[in-house]
Design a protein around this ligand. Structure first.
Ligand code: SF4
Ligand code: SF4
Length: 387
């Protein structure tokens, strides 16, 4: 993600289209900015993209998935920090993320401690709004607090871009995001079949850093037509169906998915934030108060930074059944304490309720442990095949 690629061509077919995702998103953002639209960077799925779209701005994900920026980040941040945080921050130090460089505003969601403190460093030179999440979702007043945070965010957007976010604009943005989620959901559902037409890695690639791009929606439609009519059949050995949970697998950090699928597995379901978690529910398009409807959808996101986070276990149980998982792999980025601790509950769920073999992989963006991880994945698959 070093620079825009102005001469990038869409290529043929949906896979080629999303293969050129960064270059295309760059062109899209550059054009939008030239037309006077704002660019708003986000770093967590709790930020409702609907609000940003309703402000006629472009929501772009700034999460870093590159090992190349980590050394730069470690000039300011401790080495013992999650690679996602370090990579994101390293782009800031190097000034090599074009989206970050053109951002008019960055939304800093108060998720884990590492991110919260990293934002303080970032805010020294970047325009930032801190969006405080309701950390105790089961409390009676949690929703009220979340709604007031979203109202505040809405006012910040209106002030920054000198406009009014009307209910009509919100409803338009809700429709756009529901459409995007619906299309991505349908693609993900292809993996529930006996012989999915794509791999988990290919599915992961069907995702843009920028939301709400009409041309992407057309490609999703085309992909659905293509894959529904031409399912892949006749694989010589049935792959082990993997439910992957845990941390997000952001663009550039797909190594573990590749390792799983190179060793006889097929990631049929990704429960994390780069998979199904944020797209399983839509926003009610017909609600009397669109802000309330947006608040309700995002409030329910089952992230490990919440306490308690029982909804994640409920979701995992449901997804393991729908996608007929043979085993569970729980990916934890090094020093991600919340997902690391929560793996206790995931392991217990796998053993006691699902009866599925379970493997936790704790790693970072460096490929140095790939061989060791491959051995553990193979051992897990042996166990899954016997069950
Ligand atoms: S895992 Fe949690 S902190 Fe990370 S993007 Fe998802 S909701 Fe946000
Ligand atoms: S993976 Fe964990 S430590 Fe890293 S940013 Fe997400 S919640 Fe924070």
């Amino acid at each position: 993600m070093t620079q825009c690629c102005p001469n990038s061509k869409p290529g043929d077919g949906p896979r080629a289209w999303f293969g050129g995702m960064i270059g295309r998103c760059c062109e899209y953002a550059t054009r939008a900015k030239a037309q006077g639209r704002g660019i708003v960077g986000i770093m967590c799925e709790f930020t409702p993209r609907e609000l940003i779209l309703a402000a006629d701005a472009v929501p772009v994900c700034l999460c870093g998935g590159s090992q190349q920026t980590i050394a730069a980040a470690e000039q300011h941040l401790p080495a013992n920090l999650c690679p996602l945080i370090k990579s994101t921050y390293g782009y800031h130090v190097q000034k090599t993320n074009p989206f970050l460089e053109m951002a008019d505003l960055i939304v800093a969601e108060t998720t884990c401690d590492g991110k919260k403190k990293m934002y303080e460093l970032l805010s020294e030179t970047r325009p930032m709004h801190v969006l405080e999440l309701a950390q105790k979702p089961d409390d009676a007043d949690a929703m009220q607090h979340w709604r007031s945070e979203l109202d505040k965010f809405k006012r910040v957007l209106e002030g920054r871009f000198d406009m009014r976010i009307t209910d009509e604009r919100l409803r338009g943005a809700i429709r756009t995001m529901n459409r995007e989620r619906g299309l991505r959901r349908q693609l993900a559902q292809l993996m529930a079949g006996d012989a999915p037409p794509i791999t988990g890695r290919q599915l992961l690639d069907f995702k843009s850093s920028i939301s709400g791009i009409e041309a992407d929606f057309e490609q999703y439609d085309e992909a659905l037509q293509l894959y529904r009519s031409a399912p892949l059949v006749g694989a010589s050995k049935r792959p082990v169906r993997v439910l992957l949970t845990g941390v997000p697998v952001v663009h550039g950090a797909e190594r573990i998915v590749d390792l799983i699928e190179a060793n006889g597995g097929l990631v049929v379901c990704m429960e994390n934030c780069t998979g199904l978690k944020p797209i399983l529910e839509d926003v009610d398009e017909n609600a009397a108060d669109p802000m309330e409807a947006i608040a309700e959808k995002y409030f329910r996101l089952p992230c490990s930074v919440m306490t308690r986070n029982d909804r994640r276990m409920e979701m995992l149980e449901q997804l393991a059944g729908t996608y007929r998982a043979d085993c569970i792999i729980d990916l934890v980025w090094q020093a991600c304490l919340t997902y690391d601790v929560e793996s206790y509950f995931v392991r217990r769920l796998a053993a006691e309720r699902l009866g599925l073999p379970y493997l936790k992989i704790e790693t970072d963006y460096s490929p140095s442990d790939s061989a060791r991880i491959a051995v553990r994945v193979e051992a897990l698959f042996e166990m899954a095949r016997k069950d």
